[in-house]
Design a protein around this ligand. Structure first.
Ligand code: ADE
Length: 419
C-alpha cells in the first residue's frame, strides 16, 4: 500500500465504478493509455500532480501509470476532491494520493508538500499552487525538475508573471492554451458543470431568473450560453471592451456589476480576478440573491466583507450559506465561494476532460523526449498534438469530414488568381 491521506479507504469500490463510468466517455485518453502501455514512454519518470481529484483525473493518472510513470496526486482545491475516487486510486492502483474533500488550508498545503516529497522530474498543476510552493519553499528540489504542465487559465497567468520576473526555474507547457482544451473544456465543460453545481446546491429553477455572469472569457461565454438555454435572462459584466462587445452582439445585456447587482437573482463569477463581487455590490442586492463562483480561486467574491457586515450566518443546505445583512436581506453564498462546479457537482463531464487530459498525457510524452531543448518559460502545446486530438475525438464520435482536393491545396498556396 502506498503512502496516502484520503478520507476512507472503504469507499474505494464505489470509486472504481465511477472511474470506469467516466472512462466510457474518454475514448481519446483510452487510446493513449493502450499505446502508453505498449510503448512505455514515461518509464521511470516521477510525476507530482496537483489536480482536482475526480473520476476524469483518475483516468489520467492511470494512463500515466500505464506509460511507466511513478505518479503522486494531490488535490488542487480543498473542496473539489471526490473521496471515493481518491480511495480507489490508493487501493486499486497503488497511487499515492493526498486529498480529502473539505480539508482546511493547512492540510491542503501539507498535502502539496507530501506530493513534492516524491522528488518529481515533472510537475502537473491546476492553478499553479504546487509550482508556487516548489519555487517559494522547496527550492532544494528544483534541480531535479525537468519540466511541467499547467491545466488552467488562472495558472497560466501566474506562470507568465513568474517567467516575466525571471522566477520560473523550468519550462512549463500551458495545456489550457491548446484549442482542444479551452474551446471545449472551458466553454462547454464550465457552461454545463457550473449550472449543474448551482442546481444541485439549490434546486432553483433557472427559467425566468435574471442570471448575472461576471466575465466573458471562454468560461463566461459557455456559462452565459447555457444559462440562456435554460431560460434565464442573462446579464454579462466585463472590463474588456472587446469581450463586452462580443457579449452584446451575442445578444446579452451588458452593464457594470453595480447595476447588475440590483436586478440579479443568481450571480456567478468566472473572471480569474479578485473582489469582482465586492462589499458595495452586496449592499445593492435583492433579498434572496444567490451568489456563486466558478473561477479557479475563492477570491472573486468578497466573502470576508460580507461576513464582517452580516448580522448572522448559517448553513441552510449543503453548500448553501445564508448571510443576513444589517437591513434584513438574505444573501446565499454557494460552496464558500469555491468553484461551484466541483464543490457541489462533479466538475466537467468526462467527454470534454477526455481532450484536456489527452493533451496532458501527450504533452508529457513530448516533454519526456524534448524537455532538455526547452528554455525556462511557458510553452504552447505542440500544434500536432492539438490537431491529433481533434482528429481522434471526431473519429471516436463517428464524425468524418472532407479533405482538401489537390486543386484546393494549389489554390490556397497561390496568389495570382483573383475575381
Ligand atoms: N476541472 C473541471 N472539471 C474537472 C474534472 N471533471 N476533472 C478534473 N479537473 C476538472
Amino acid at each position: 500500500m502506498p503512502n496516502y491521506d484520503v478520507k476512507e479507504l472503504h469507499l474505494a469500490e464505489g470509486g472504481r465504478l465511477k472511474i470506469d463510468w467516466a472512462e466510457r466517455e474518454m475514448p481519446v485518453l483510452r487510446q493513449v493509455k493502450e499505446r502508453f502501455r505498449r510503448e512505455q514512454p514515461l518509464k521511470g519518470l516521477r510525476i507530482s500532480a496537483c489536480l482536482h481529484v475526480t473520476t476524469e483525473t483518475a483516468n489520467l493518472m492511470k494512463t500515466l501509470q500505464a506509460g511507466g510513470a511513478d505518479v503522486v496526486l494531490t488535490a488542487s482545491n480543498p473542496l473539489s476532491t471526490q473521496d471515493e475516487v481518491a480511495a480507489s486510486l490508493v487501493s486499486h492502483d497503488e497511487i499515492e494520493v493526498y486529498a480529502v474533500k473539505g480539508e482546511d488550508n493547512v492540510t491542503y498545503y501539507k498535502h502539496i508538500n507530501a506530493a513534492l516529497d516524491h522528488k518529481p522530474h515533472f510537475t502537473m498543476d491546476d492553478g499553479a499552487d504546487l509550482v508556487n510552493v516548489l519555487h517559494q519553499h522547496r527550492r532544494e528540489l528544483l534541480p531535479g525538475v525537468v519540466a511541467g504542465t499547467e491545466e488552467t487559465t488562472t495558472g497560466v497567468i501566474r506562470l507568465h508573471a513568474m517567467a516575466a520576473d525571471k522566477a520560473l526555474a523550468y519550462p512549463i507547457v500551458a495545456i489550457n492554451d491548446a484549442l482542444t482544451k479551452h474551446f471545449f473544456d472551458n466553454r462547454y465543460g464550465t457552461g454545463q458543470s457550473t449550472l449543474d453545481g448551482i442546481v444541485r446546491a439549490t434546486n432553483v429553477l433557472l427559467a425566468g431568473k435574471t442570471f448575472v455572469v461576471a466575465g466573458y472569457g471562454w468560461c463566461g461565454r459557455g456559462l452565459a450560453s447555457r444559462a440562456r438555454g435554460m431560460g434565464s435572462n442573462v446579464i454579462v459584466t466585463e472590463v474588456d471592451p472587446l469581450k463586452a462587445l462580443e457579449a452584446v452582439m451575442d445578444g446579452f445585456r451588458v452593464m457594470p456589476m453595480a447595476d447588475a447587482a440590483r436586478i440579479g437573482d443568481i450571480f456567478c463569477t468566472v473572471t480569474g480576478d479578485i473582489n469582482v463581487i465586492d462589499a458595495h455590490h452586496f449592499d445593492l442586492m435583492k433579498d434572496g440573491a444567490i451568489v456563486a463562483n466558478s473561477g479557479h480561486f475563492n477570491v472573486e467574491i468578497n466573502i470576508p466583507a460580507l461576513e464582517k457586515s452580516a448580522k448572522s450566518k448559517r448553513l441552510v443546505r449543503p453548500f448553501v450559506e445564508e448571510f443576513v445583512t444589517p437591513d434584513g436581506r438574505r444573501i446565499f453564498i454557494l460552496g464558500e465561494g469555491r468553484l461551484i462546479n466541483l464543490a457541489s457537482a462533479e466538475g466537467h463531464p468526462a467527454s470534454v476532460m477526455d481532450m484536456s487530459f489527452a493533451n496532458q498525457a501527450l504533452t508529457l510524452e513530448y516533454l519526456a523526449k524534448n524537455a532538455s531543448k526547452l528554455e525556462k518559460r511557458v510553452y504552447a502545446v505542440p500544434e500536432e498534438i492539438d490537431k491529433k486530438i481533434a482528429e481522434l475525438k471526431l473519429a471516436a464520435m463517428g464524425v468524418s469530414i472532407d479533405t482538401l482536393t489537390a486543386e484546393q491545396v494549389r489554390y490556397l498556396a497561390s496568389w495570382q488568381e483573383g475575381t
